[in-house]
Design a protein around this ligand. Structure first.
Ligand code: COA
Length: 269
């Protein structure tokens, strides 16, 4: 495998493990990391030696705590949309990988991290993992397909609750809801993924990629993803996102109801 700035990769017995390697930043997905994940998944798909992929995060704390919030600073509506489009494209490439991809969720999977896990074919979580879409805390919405995939996995009612309350879901709850396939102790996370992939390895590779294609055709129109891009972009034209991002950077809770924040113009239905 090539060398990546923000990822570690290894290949063993036909399984490629891609590890997001920004542990001091909770493996936050800056643009470069997202791009590199896309390149590494492509490279793994092109390698004759590799049969399947595990995607995980470095360290015991985070799979990925979302898009890198610092990169949101000062973006225009168009730039916000372009950023989300680039992320959506990479996450589609994971979902459409002809080789099985398992997310080994080793801690926080928030925002873009939860969206990344959802774009994988299966999810195995460690007992300390927590899932959530906390973008509304920032004055934003999920932009990497979260509004669509969460609805598909959980149904609209629960998905809306999670996206509107920004609630963090513990691994066991996530399994109950159908978001996660298995929950295991952190030290057994990689082994469980390997066990599943070794079982899949005994099946017909042609049939495995065919079943992935067929399942992904469940809703081929994918119109909701475009709506998500538009709505994500619109958030950058609001005053509220400035308060949300400032609050995160200042390590305080956002006050979206402060009367100095002009919100009325943003409500166009
Ligand atoms: N983007 C950029 N930096 C992030 C980040 C993100 N999504 N998530 C965490 N970090 C950074 C923090 O700013 C901090 O950096 P610093 O040491 O330079 O201050 C570092 O990672 C450690 O995070 P910290 O918040 O101190 O750890 P914690 O254990 O107290 O909390 C989280 C962990 C995951 C609960 C918290 O970091 C968090 O809420 N992150 C943002 C989650 C989010 O809103 N994601 C959606 C983004 S669209």
């Amino acid at each position: 495998m090539n060398t990546y700035k923000n990822l570690k990769t290894s290949v063993e017995n036909g399984i490629c493990t891609i590890t997001i390697n920004r542990p001091d930043k909770m493996n936050a997905l800056n643009r470069e990391t997202v791009q590199e994940i896309g390149e590494a998944v492509k490279e793994a798909n092109q390698s004759a030696e590799i049969l399947s992929i595990i995607l995980t995060g470095e360290g015991p704390k985070a799979f990925a705590a979302g898009a890198d919030i610092k990169e949101f600073l000062g973006l225009t509506k168009e730039e916000g949309m372009a950023m989300a489009k680039a992320g959506q494209d990479v996450f589609f490439s994971i979902e459409n990988s002809a080789k099985p991809v398992i997310a080994a969720v080793n801690g926080f999977a928030l925002g873009g991290g939860c969206e990344l896990a959802m774009s994988c074919h299966l999810r195995v979580a460690s007992e300390n993992a927590k899932f959530g879409q906390p973008e509304v805390n920032l004055g934003l919405i999920p932009g990497y397909g979260g509004t669509q995939r969460l609805v598909r996995y959980l149904g609209k009612g629960k998905a809306l609750e999670i996206m509107m309350t920004a609630e963090m879901i513990h691994a066991n709850k996530a399994q109950e809801l159908g978001l996660v396939n298995y929950v295991v102790p952190l030290e057994g996370l990689h082994a469980k993924c390997v066990e599943i992939l070794n079982e899949i390895k005994t099946k017909s590779p042609f049939a495995i990629s065919a079943v992935i294609r067929a399942a992904n055709a469940f809703d081929e129109t994918n119109k909701g993803f475009e709506a998500e891009l538009t709505e994500f972009g619109k958030c950058f034209a609001s005053e509220e996102i400035k308060e949300g991002i400032s609050a995160f950077l200042e390590k305080r809770k956002a006050d979206f109801h402060n009367k100095n924040i002009q919100t009325a113009q943003n409500f166009t239905f």
